[in-house]
Design a protein around this ligand. Structure first.
Ligand code: SAH
Length: 287
């Protein structure tokens, strides 16, 4: 709650406002904003991070869903005429419309209740993004950075790493926020690959293979992917069918997906150059 700004934090918008100056400073140092960059903040709230970025980059743009916060932000930052507020839902927002010359640097202390669908929405727009810095629930950052063999390895990590380099930066305890969340948080930096390290012939097929595999993460590949590929096909790819989905690397999943595309034949295989459209990204669970 912030009485000073006349705004009561709303749970349904995932509002936990940062108030620890040391943490805010660390985040700003990690972002390292510069004057002539195209920076976009998602969910500025009462402007804790906004204020510090604006001091360096007065052309900052923000996307905020809670309409009660808009006048608070306008008043607080009235002396920045180039500051732009987009009153919109970041989940549906087309970030490419903000691109002028420079790729976007996207930052935000994201609402945790929508963080995974929002990440997937942003992954679909990485073509216009230089980098992203987010505060997320600590476990979400761990899942994003997980590699094969880790027990939190799954869809979120594989699809995030398909598009981006994932760098967990530091953790932040609940006390840095008002109200305090019940979970620990962490800052992560995502840098879209200049060239996809393992481009799939068809992104939708890759997503389907990964989803199917992790729907049965405790089973062997033979069973988990039984409806999609045969044991012989897995063996031909050099993949042991007795392993579990969590043992496969991104490259393995891409090779399985490409095999399915090749099988379908060129007339049906929809090649997308590795760039997904927003419609490819569903909003079911991503673990
Ligand atoms: N950045 C601020 C606020 C973080 S709380 C700080 O660090 O203090 C999360 C913010 O995201 C709130 O301002 C909330 O209103 C906003 N928000 C929630 N859902 C959103 C959505 N779908 N699109 C854009 N902003 C959203």
């Amino acid at each position: 709650m912030s009485k000073k700004a006349g705004h009561q934090a709303r749970k349904r918008f995932g509002q936990n406002f940062l108030h620890d100056p040391g943490v805010i400073e660390r985040i700003i140092r990690a972002i390292h904003p510069k004057p002539d960059e195209a920076i976009v903040e998602i969910g500025p709230g009462l402007g804790a991070i906004t204020e510090e970025i604006l001091a360096v980059n007065p052309k900052l743009q923000v996307v905020e869903l809670d309409r009660d916060l808009i006048p608070v932000l306008r008043t607080k930052f009235f002396n920045y005429p180039e500051f732009r507020i987009h009153e919109a839902d970041a989940l549906k927002f087309d970030f490419s419309q903000l691109v002028d010359e420079k790729p976007l640097r996207i930052v935000g202390n994201l609402p945790y209740n929508i963080s995974t669908p929002l990440i997937f929405h942003l992954l679909s727009q990485t073509g216009v993004v230089q980098d992203m810095h987010f505060m997320l629930q600590k476990e979400v950052v761990q899942r994003m950075a997980a590699v094969s063999g880790d027990n939190n390895y799954g869809r979120l990590g594989i699809m995030t790493q398909y598009f981006c380099k994932v760098q967990p930066l530091f953790e932040v305890g609940p006390g840095a926020f008002r109200p305090s969340p019940k979970v620990d948080s962490a800052i992560v930096r995502l840098v879209p690959h200049a060239q996809l390290p393992h481009p799939a012939k068809d992104l939708g097929t890759l997503q389907a293979v990964v989803r199917t595999a992790f729907n049965a993460r405790r089973k062997t590949l033979r069973k988990a992917l039984g409806g999609l590929v045969t044991i012989e096909q897995l063996q031909a790819l050099g993949i042991n069918d007795g392993l579990r989905p969590e043992n496969l690397s991104l490259a393995d999943f891409v090779s399985i997906a490409d095999l399915l595309v090749n099988e379908k034949g060129s007339e049906q295989g929809r090649v997308q150059d590795g760039v997904p459209s927003a419609g490819d990204v569903g909003e079911d669970s991503y673990d």
